[in-house]
Design a binder for this molecule. Structure first.
Ligand code: ADP
Ligand code: MG
Length: 678
């Protein structure tokens, strides 16, 4: 570092946690507003941190885009971005969150009648189109982070293109961190010679670029590849802490397990630090983290303390954390991947793209010159793909296909995709939806089942199981409502207080039942209700996250309200299935597991003698997640409802025992071929 740099950075240090008075976007305000006024489509390209997400909605609000009760929608690919950005903008405008500025994510609506700017997940806006197909309540829709090419944002762009052909007044703003802008504009533009509301492709849209205001970032590589980037990251953090002066550290890992491991390791090392030296404060950041814990990363650490944030790629672009001077990049990311042949949706740890690696490095140069340590070699960097593969080309498309069909788009193969998915993925989605009973043989949505499945804000397999629960054959609606609500917590019901793993294991065991995790979740919720939902102390004693449990009860209510609208009343069924009474001689626990099978038959596995599981075709080995009842216990056939993969193993979470015959009973079409093979 030169003396000059030194001077510059020391000048900037006191400002570290204050937002810069003038963000780069401020200079472009007038030009930007004019462009949006004059063109249906505006594409914004700019460095992360230049003010796209937080400032553009404010500009629009102040320029009267919310007259006549219309709103501005800003979509984000992640829930955590939608909530934290909304909070930030509300704070900047000094208004309580949920009034002028609000957010809405699945199962959590923090808006009111006076809300003018609404931050939403892209998936949620897609859902809104089911009731408001032309998005009439919005004057402007801003699709943020479009370059990430999330499944929902890709579909949303396609649908917005259609809406723009019908609404002359709508404005679409697409923001992107990289240079995919031309491609987005081209997608929206009318064909050569075509006009849309009197506009030809020459004047339909514009690209606006924002000059970044970033500092140089010095990039360093490993000379030799590492076999364990988590350990390498921990070593590097300690070395930075001992050798480099102030500035926070951001470490990119791939998932929660790695992040927890890294924090455990670093906590062990912190103990050895001399008590006089600067302190080190490790913090996790991943999508499943309870929101009150996510907020810690934005807060200024105590005096004489350096923050080290261990994050998934959430912090790559969606979220701006000030004060980061050092970035450690593992070079890996967990990406959704769908094995159409096995029908397993998986999160695979794969190398990042060059675009991602560049983006990650850039996080170090926001407030002063920074350093990025890539935990891989320069040769490995050169071999990375240029850009990330769009999610639509590697996902289970069943949820999307179901929604498109419900929007009246009957030909999902010839839909106007930004990047068309491989036809095998569409076929597979249609097959699955057909075996779930959502489609008829002509690939039309069945009524009421298919249409209701599309409306429920749950993935199709779970929707099916929940809707089947009302069927007198199963008569377990109350139980399934609870189970579905608990499943949306995604493993966050239990927490270990102060890292006491033994206490946590004991707590889990107290609620565990032999039939599996779903009924265990049901037990947990019942006990919570019995103890009194306000009973924080009881939750603490049982290693349960009180906020999560309260969330589950809210989700349960919302799901019951959906069913109520379909004319399915929980109360009406409760009397026939109350307690452990049996229907047709079948006890409730079995009816619940049968009912789950009607939705999750495609996720069947069988335990082997070594305690691992194998998929039906015997090709893939799966392991019960440590949180599962079957981590210790024996089972034969099970269905699972969640699948997660780490670097070395594929874990299944939320398992229930089933009878092998149920698979063919509830999914005869699906298992026809497989039965023949057995
Ligand atoms: P962009 O969308 O262009 O990446 P943002 O609008 O998210 O940029 O952020 C602009 C600036 O606002 C950031 O550089 C940062 O200084 C500040 N900022 C954004 N969110 C927060 C937050 N939650 N806490 C503190 N500062 C923030
Ligand atoms: Mg942004």
């Amino acid at each position: 570092m030169t003396d000059e740099d030194e001077d510059l950075s020391s000048l900037l240090v006191p400002q570290l946690y204050k937002p810069p008075a003038l963000l780069p976007i401020a200079q472009l305000k007038d030009q930007l507003l004019y462009t949006i006024e004059a063109h249906p489509v505006t594409i914004i390209v700019g460095e992360t941190g230049s003010g796209k997400t937080t400032q553009i909605p404010k500009f629009l609000l102040q320029t009267g885009w919310c007259k006549n009760g219309q709103q501005i929608a800003v979509t984000q690919p992640r829930r955590i971005a939608a909530t934290s950005v909304a909070a930030r903008v509300a704070e900047e405008l000094d208004t309580p969150l949920g009034q002028t500025i609000g957010y809405s994510i699945r199962f959590e609506d923090v808006t009111s009648a006076i809300t003018q700017v609404k931050f939403v997940t892209d998936g949620l806006l897609l859902r809104e189109m089911l009731v408001d197909p032309l998005l009439k309540r919005y004057s402007v829709v801003m699709v943020d982070e479009a370059h990430e090419r999330s499944l929902s944002s890709d579909i949303l762009l396609s649908l917005l293109k259609k809406v723009l052909r019908k609404r002359e007044d709508l404005r679409v703003v697409v923001s992107s961190a990289t240079l995919e802008a031309g491609r987005f504009l081209d997608f929206f533009n009318p064909e050569n010679g075509e006009q849309v509301f009197g506009k030809s492709r020459e004047d339909y849209g514009r690209i606006v670029g924002i000059e970044g205001r970033t500092f140089p970032v010095e990039v360093q590589y490993l000379l030799e590849p590492t076999t364990n980037y988590v350990e390498a990251a921990v070593e590097a953090v300690m070395s930075i802490h001992e050798n480099e002066r102030g500035g926070d550290v951001l470490v990119f890992l791939t998932g929660r397990e790695e992040i927890d491991d890294a924090i455990d390791m670093i906590s062990d090392r912190i103990v050895d630090l001399p008590s006089t030296s600067q302190k080190l404060m490790p913090l996790p950041l991943y999508a499943g983290l309870p929101s009150e814990e996510q907020m810690f990363v934005f807060q200024q650490p105590p005096a004489n303390t350096r923050k080290v944030i261990f994050s998934t790629n959430i912090a790559e672009a969606s979220i701006t954390i000030d004060g980061i001077v050092f970035v450690l990049d593992s070079g890996y990311v967990k990406l959704r991947n769908y094995d159409a042949h096995l029908g397993i949706e998986n999160l695979n740890v794969v190398p990042v793209s060059k675009a991602s690696a560049t983006q990650r490095a850039g996080r170090a140069g926001r407030t002063r010159p920074g350093k990025c340590f890539r935990l891989y070699t320069e040769v490995a960097f050169e071999r990375l793909e240029e850009a990330t593969f769009p999610e639509i080309q590697r996902s289970n498309l069943a949820p999307v296909v179901l929604q498109l069909l419900n929007l009246g788009i009957t030909n999902v193969v010839r839909f106007d995709y930004l990047s068309p998915p491989p036809s095998s993925l569409i076929t597979r989605a249609l097959d699955l939806l057909y075996s779930l009973g959502a489609l008829d043989t002509t690939a039309r949505l069945t009524k009421p089942l298919g249409a209701r499945m599309a409306e429920l804000p749950l993935e199709p397999m779970l929707s099916k199981a929940l809707l089947q629960a009302a069927n007198p054959e199963f008569g377990c609606l109350s139980e399934m409502l609870t189970i579905a609500a608990m499943m949306t917590l995604q493993g966050n019901a239990f927490v270990s207080h102060d890292g006491n793993k033994k206490q946590l294991d004991n707590a889990r065991r107290r609620f565990a039942v032999a039939e599996g995790d779903h009924l265990t979740l049901y037990n947990v919720y019942e006990a919570f209700v019995k103890a009194g939902m306000q009973n924080v102390q009881w939750c603490r004693e049982n290693c349960l996250n009180h906020k999560s449990m309260v969330k589950a009860s809210s989700v349960r209510k919302q799901l019951a309200a959906y069913l109520d609208r379909f004319g399915v009343k929980e109360t009406a069924l409760a009397s026939s299935s109350s307690g452990l009474l049996s229907v047709g001689g079948i006890p409730i626990a079995e009816r619940v597991r049968r009912c789950l099978t009607t939705g999750f038959f495609a996720h069947a596995a069988r335990m082997k003698s070594d305690g691992s599981f194998t998929t039906i075709d015997g090709k893939t080995t799966l392991w019960a997640h440590p949180s599962s009842v079957f981590f210790h216990r024996k089972a034969d056939w099970v269905i699972y409802t969640e699948i997660l993969s780490t670097r070395d193993k594929i874990y299944i979470r939320d398992l229930s025992t089933v009878d092998m015959d149920w698979l063919a009973e509830y999914a005869p079409e699906y298992y026809k071929i497989k039965n023949g093979a057995r």
